[in-house]
Design a protein around this ligand. Structure first.
Ligand code: DQQ
Length: 465
């Protein structure tokens, strides 16, 4: 419905109208990918949560489907909050959190949260089956079930907030989707680790297990170097059915851009572990609301391990978006060069030869001129890769950055849509995702280098469908 608007994405999943937040119930079922999502169809603001729904043959091209869940029963009166989808013996089953405000809407100090089931025979229309799990004594914030099956046993991780206001992940074991017993507290926050851990997920990848979650209430400037109150990341460790989660790394942020929250994983048709996240952020300005919608999802990303390190890259299916290509010949950049006068949906691959470059700063910019809009650059002095956005009319400003990898060359794979940028560094070592809000006449794509020159050793630019 929003095609033609300034900010509505060309190749990311966004709601047909209204508000979107977390991806829910990502699943490959019966030959089709399903993406559900937190949705408020009545306005572009968060409100009583519904589950929006879209299906796809390739996780890239999506078709909108009717709304799958709407609030209204006494146990989910104020929202069908986040959850997952599983294949229960051929039945597509959604497990979600029924949310009720006990005092006033928005008052987090008095809520009731329970886990609920809904099933479908055709993958489109869902019938609510009621409550399947209520919280342990003393726990009120109790949400976002993520379920998997292993050797015939069901397992569920759930986000919770304990009596001392520390976030935790609870692990439940189930004989069926309707009978659950608490197995253990899988992991919990120490003092500065957040008051609530939202949207947990727990899965094997490479040689490890990963607990992925989105803590709320992180203190700034702690030893963790978190960015703000909201984060999404993983703890790496080892786990075997029925035993403790042995953590061998601290929480690590998954994406170092401005807008990435509540990722959820699923297994693709061929067994790849794929994640999608909400590509926006709580408390952020969302200028697309003026167009009647807000929020979109990231591209699906395949997770994999390299040298014991969790990496992510866009699923291979994303290449089906590529249309005309334009090579960027190896050369030295010493002033601003315009690559495209108007870039709306593009993919850009660039390899910078760091060892041959002496500019103070070099990279790409999107805007009217360098220093006005978006910049992704290498800062030679601090040896960091910096993603900077500057949209003062929307009060969206600021830097995010990561240390440069220790290699002579830096390869960047960059996806630009009408209101987003996603950057993948050195084939998956890191990712940076942010919403951007260039006006239609401010979409010049440039290469730049200041105070010196910088060497590009490879490059390719694609227009995307
Ligand atoms: N969003 C949902 C909750 C979840 C939060 C509500 C995370 O279930 O904890 O829209 O963004």
């Amino acid at each position: 419905a929003q095609r033609g608007n300034t900010y509505y994405p060309d190749f990311h999943l966004a709601p047909p109208a209204g508000w979107m937040n977390d991806p829910n119930g990502l699943i490959y079922f019966d030959g089709l990918y399903h993406a559900f999502y937190q949705h408020h169809p009545m306005s572009a603001d968060w409100g009583p949560m519904h589950w929006g729904h879209a299906t796809s043959h390739d996780m890239i091209h999506w078709q909108h489907q009717p709304i799958a869940l709407a609030p209204g029963n006494d146990y989910d009166r104020d929202g069908c909050f986040s959850g997952c989808a599983v294949n229960d013996n051929g039945i597509l089953s959604l497990i979600y959190t029924g949310h009720v405000w006990l005092k006033e809407a928005g008052d987090d100090s008095a809520i009731r949260e329970v886990q609920c089931l809904a099933t479908s025979t055709d993958g489109i229309y869902f019938e609510k089956q009621g409550i399947v799990l209520t919280p342990p004594d003393g726990i009120m914030h109790f949400r976002d079930p993520k379920i998997w099956q292993e050797n015939g046993t069901w397992w569920m991780v759930l986000g919770a907030r304990d009596a001392a206001n520390c976030g935790q992940t609870l692990l439940y074991k189930g004989n069926s989707l309707r009978e659950w017993q608490l197995d253990r507290i899988l992991a919990h926050a120490d003092v500065d680790g957040g008051y609530m851990w939202e949207c947990p997920d727990f899965f094997p990848c490479g040689d490890h297990h990963y607990l992925m979650f989105s803590p709320q209430g992180i203190q700034q400037n702690t030893g963790y170097q978190y960015r703000n109150r909201f984060q999404s990341g993983v703890i790496q460790g080892h786990w075997q059915q029925g035993s403790a989660f042995i953590q061998n790394q601290k929480f690590t942020e998954l994406d170092n851009g401005h807008d990435f929250y509540a990722p959820q994983s699923f297994t693709a048709a061929d067994g790849r572990r794929v994640i999608m996240a909400w590509m926006d952020m709580w408390e952020s300005a969302m200028p697309s609301k003026q167009e009647g919608w807000a929020g979109c999802l990231t591209l699906p990303r395949e997770l994999f391990e390299r040298d014991g390190h969790l990496c992510q890259r866009p699923v291979i299916e994303a290449k089906s978006l590529r249309q005309q290509s334009q090579p960027i010949e190896p050369h030295s950049v010493s002033q601003t060069e315009v690559l495209l006068d108007h870039s709306s949906a593009i993919e850009l691959e660039l390899v910078w030869d760091i060892s041959q470059s002496n500019a103070e700063r070099y990279g790409i910019a999107l805007g009217n001129k360098v220093g006005d809009g978006l910049e992704l650059y290498i800062d030679s002095q601090s040896q960091r890769l910096v993603l900077w956005r500057h949209y003062p009319e929307y009060e969206l400003d600021g830097y995010r950055s990561i240390p440069l990898p220790a290699s002579d060359k830096l390869s960047l794979r960059i996806f630009i849509d009408r209101s987003s940028v996603e950057v993948f560094v050195n084939d998956g070592d890191a990712a940076m995702s942010s919403r951007i809000y260039p006006q239609p006449n401010e979409r010049k794509l440039m290469l730049f280098a200041s105070h010196g020159s910088a060497v590009i050793s490879e490059g390719m630019l694609w227009q995307l469908k």
